[in-house]
Design a protein. Structure first.
Length: 288
């Protein structure tokens, strides 16, 4: 009973643990479908690039308003959308692939953010921005996460069909509708928005792990898209819950703990998953 109680007792006794759990769960549920579509659209590394790209905007927000949730959010959102828009413009003008454009831009964005923080002359732990602290989620941050999660889920429901067609058969969608570019733009906006609100809880780098690892793990458990998104949300929620427990009981950084649990679930899926898992693959036929 004592061992079982340890899985729930911290969330029952401490308000900061409950806030971290609720915020992490809603973030996992809103990032799950985004991560699945990023993988299906072969845009897996874009989330990582955008996560670096939001740093200059967050740094400017901190420079002018300090640790203000609206300033950090709008600054990061503007920087992330600006970076994605610049990459799309370069792609259209030069023919360079969008992921290559983002890969070229995000180191510039990351360096610019670090430089801005240095010029600002204010003391801010850069590790907090990069790796976050889920146990430091306060009331306004939790409210923002709830709003972003709700908006993301509703928007994904509205653009689901055109986004699916644009992912699987963009030429057919172009022949019957003009919603493809709009769905793509809304989708990228949701990715940036979730990364911005997530970096304030588990860090700019760690939130990418929560977005992509459960989505990648779900690919080993089903071939149907709705199930993929549900499994990704389940894996993400489980990662948040177990990661917070590890952080609480063993004094570990919460963001990396959550992502390491998600990584462990991914490796287990690689081995045990019924869809192309290593143990489920048929043996090779040899001539001997």
């Amino acid at each position: 009973m004592l061992a079982a109680a340890q899985f729930w007792q911290p969330f029952h006794e401490f308000v900061f643990m409950r806030r971290a759990l609720i915020g992490g769960l809603v973030l996992a549920c809103s990032t799950a479908p985004l991560g699945v579509f990023l993988i299906l659209r072969r845009m897996s590394l874009i989330g990582d690039a955008v996560a670096h790209g939001i740093l200059p905007g967050a740094a400017l927000g901190f420079w002018f308003a300090g640790l203000s949730l609206p300033a950090l959010t709008f600054g990061g959102l503007g920087a992330g959308l600006g970076m994605a828009g610049l990459a799309a413009w370069i792609t259209r003008r030069t023919g360079l692939r969008e992921d290559a454009s983002l890969a070229a831009i995000y180191p510039i964005s990351l360096a610019s953010g670090v430089l801005i923080l240095g010029i600002a002359g204010k003391r801010l732990d850069l590790l907090h921005l990069l790796f976050g602290s889920a146990l430091a989620v306060d009331g306004p941050t939790l409210t923002g996460m709830l709003w972003v999660s709700g908006i993301s889920l509703i928007a994904m429901l509205l653009i689901y069909r055109p986004l699916l067609l644009d992912t699987l058969d963009p030429l057919f969608l172009q022949s019957v509708s003009r919603l493809g570019p709009l769905a793509h733009g809304v989708f990228l906006t949701l990715v940036v928005l979730n990364l911005v609100i997530g970096f304030q809880a588990i860090g700019a780098l760690m939130v990418v792990g929560l977005m992509m690892l459960p989505a990648a793990a779900s690919r080993f458990w089903s071939r149907r898209l709705p199930r993929l998104m549900a499994i990704a949300a389940l894996f993400g929620s489980l990662s948040v819950w177990l990661g917070l427990l590890l952080s609480f009981h063993y004094a570990l950084p919460s963001g990396p703990a959550i992502v390491l649990v998600a990584g462990a679930l991914y490796l287990l899926s690689v081995v045990l998953g019924p869809v192309h898992g290593l143990l489920r693959r048929p043996p090779l036929i040899t001539s001997q």
